[in-house]
Design a protein. Structure first.
Lengths: 461, 461
């Protein structure tokens, strides 16, 4: 068979496909030592693994079938045509805003999720127009892929590259920027860009999707439309995350980059603003601000880019009976900053005190956040907190642990002077510390209160 | 002045109090280089610190004033009498159930929180009767302090001691057990006891308070009353956490020990069941089950106690660009088990792969949970997950990270055979893994939807 029939496969997996005459996009029945599997054989992309054949099963999920379990494969159909995206030129409309879509890996609106290895790219304006024609009524779209990295593999290098790319686009005169991003660390990148790109004249909107666009319940197209609308038409000129709002698809949320966190592994409404109100709701046609204090869109092209990051920063998630050696080893390895995610109001056990004192003596910056995620660090209330304060551990108010980690890397990237670092850490750039948290930012449990349950159920229909 | 006037003070702090003739319980004006502070000088308890004088200020909070900032102190009043708890014999009532209250540190209903150093003990039945007379209408109370440790300093030794103490009480014939506990690691201890004490014939209720009982908004008395009612009268014979329910004081919640987590650093409604429905609502007079699958109260005295724990277990909270050295060092230090708290559906970056493979080769048990807290680990969906699975990382479904940490310590405490450990980890003892999560267990954001906002506001009044 033609080489194109085995797109991306190699080694063991390729050998087996050839042996049984089964093609990519073939519908296969795979008889294995673990039972019979049926699904469409998917092509593979970023892939060091030659030990699995990946199929999309009826539920929409993709599974990898280990080659060493396979007895036989039978191709019972072929489906490629279904996955073709029609490409058409993206129309230019005089009065619409110009939006730049920056890609960071894979495609935002492919028929299959890029990360599964099953890539039908929909990334060029023409492909996106074919996949989501509604976009042409929202904006004039231009796209550029700055790199291709899974979101869990992103880090400081990618943050800096993005910050610089954003600066250039603003200079060139775009009306708004959309960044396509995997959802795993979407909130980390949003936080990093909130610090690295300040005082932007245009919206900078990060967007992703929780369900790949070949699934009927996909949020990819809607999120992209909302993000393009907020970028091109919205007045909120900040680094935001635009994702699915409530549990219906009525609207999307704009979340401030420093206060957003992924709170569900699979729901489309996974992204939530914690300890604050979301910035806005987004529908195509309306960005409705829920807060007053935001950066407004401007006509000028001024923006401040601070692409700094110190790589040797770590995070410690405290657990009972934690030993000193966990912190000692980080200090010995040369880490310059540690974010502790403590219990309660910002506590750890006494066993860690000697390691914390030693770390401070060696000039390691140590900051405290809370693993409750909601609420403030308050280290003056209890003996333990006061003892940690006396050792030089610095409380970070209601900064989210992830935001604290990113900010400490950013601060230490600018200076080694720990007093200056402290000043940076405690001076909010954009609401990573707030004066108070709104009551409706906290988890409300409706169960057990029939009236509320009934109401929420109705609202969700 | 008499030595009793300086209760708990030593070193620098004691010297200053003596110099200015200021007593514990004196109302002091302290002039410092950071400004003027006014409040009641509190006694000190567990205390290695001689560098602070602790005062309770008008807001109810306690603050530590550093001795090296103090210029002068003036005593302008004295308040001791206000903090006295009247002691009366706890009445015995024939038809009421017998409840044993086990103390783990300090007092559950002191006039001042035990951890501030300001201890007016209310722990003996007589003292508790003086502080919360309503208890005598709920049960016959007997108390015992098994140790005195701040909750952030608790660990395996305390879990084992508690499990054994619970076993003895059940044997002796009590109708229910209440355990007073600090809130920092209340959920860790509840999880540990859920595994260590199985098939109990009576309720085992952990209780704490988020606000010390000298503050008008304290939840101490109400939580204790609810806990005693659930222990003495309730039908749910399990290890539960009993804390403040919604944001009014209408009722308390019973949370299953393996599914509860502290979600707010300071709210009274801080404890929440995640990924499941709470077990019950509790009012004095009614334990109303919200679930069907629970252990019912029995008349027999059979209970299984498994007081095992392997101490060398650690937790890794993944962050972008995490380096291999963080895991390598844990392996070199002899840790036998690692819980990874991954992003998304259970992912880490490629940079950790060599360290994970090395750890597996050295026989370290590695399990995956998700930092989203809600939702399941699904490692077969994406390439990264499949690669981690291939390396031997084992997904823990919807087990909470803290529950996974405690369970891995408990499993490795029983056997070094990693296959047996895996079997223990993946066989739920009591809902630490569930088949599905209810829709109303997830964070609902009401903001931006006026109808829901209005409703919730009304409901909260």
């Amino acid at each position: 068979m033609n080489k194109d029939f085995f797109q991306g496969y190699k080694g063991e997996a390729l050998k087996i496909l050839k042996k049984f005459n089964v093609r990519v996009w073939g519908i296969a029945e795979i008889d294995t030592s673990r039972g019979l599997f049926k699904g469409t054989v998917l092509p593979r992309a970023e892939n060091d693994d030659d030990k699995h054949i990946v199929i999309k099963i009826a539920t929409g999920y993709n599974i990898g079938v280990a080659t060493n379990t396979i007895k036989t494969i039978k191709e019972i159909g072929y489906l490629k045509a279904n996955y073709k995206i029609p490409e058409q030129e993206f129309p230019f409309t005089e009065h619409l805003p110009n939006v730049k879509l920056i890609g960071t890996g894979g495609t935002i609106a492919s028929r299959l999720d890029y990360r599964t290895g099953a890539v039908i790219p929909a990334f060029s304006p023409g492909e996106l127009y074919g996949a989501v024609p509604e976009l042409a009524d929202i904006c004039n779209l231009d796209t550029e892929k700055v790199f291709a990295v899974f979101s869990e593999n992103m880090g400081p290098d990618q943050y800096k590259q993005l910050a610089i790319a954003i600066g250039k686009e603003i200079e060139k005169g775009v009306d708004g920027i959309v960044i396509g991003h995997g959802t795993d660390t979407l909130h980390h990148t949003a936080t990093a860009l909130s610090f690295m790109v300040q005082n932007s004249p245009v919206p900078i909107i990060l967007v992703g999707s929780q369900r790949s666009s070949d699934r009927p319940s996909s949020d990819a197209a809607l999120n992209l439309m909302h993000a393009c609308y907020a970028a091109g038409h919205g007045d909120i000129a900040e680094v935001c995350v635009c994702m699915f709002g409530p549990t219906s698809d009525e609207y999307g949320f704009l979340h401030r980059g420093t206060r957003v966190r992924k709170m569900h592994s699979s729901y489309r409404s996974a992204f939530r603003t914690l300890g604050d109100t979301p910035l806005a709701t987004v529908r195509v046609g309306e960005v409705k601000a829920l807060k007053n204090n935001f950066n407004h869109r401007r006509k000028d092209r001024n923006v401040e880019i601070y692409p700094f990051f110190e790589d040797r920063v770590s995070m410690i998630y405290f657990y009972p009976h934690m030993h000193s050696d966990t912190i000692d080893s980080l200090v010995d390895l040369g880490y310059k900053g540690i974010i502790i995610i403590g219990t309660g109001l910002g506590h750890v056990n006494k066993e860690l005190y000697p390691a914390i004192e030693r770390a401070k003596e060696k000039g390691v910056a140590i900051y405290m956040t809370v693993q409750t995620l909601w609420g403030y660090v308050h280290m003056f209330v209890y003996e333990t907190g006061r003892e940690l304060l006396a050792m030089g551990v610095i409380p970070l108010e209601n900064m989210l642990p992830e935001a604290a980690f990113i900010k400490l890397g950013w601060a230490l990237g600018q200076t080694n002077d720990l007093e200056k670092v402290k000043k940076i850490m405690l001076s909010p750039v954009i609401d990573e510390i707030t004066l108070r948290e709104p009551y409706n930012g906290y988890l409300v449990y409706q169960g057990g209160v029939p009236e509320v349950e009934e109401f929420i159920k109705k609202f969700r229909k």
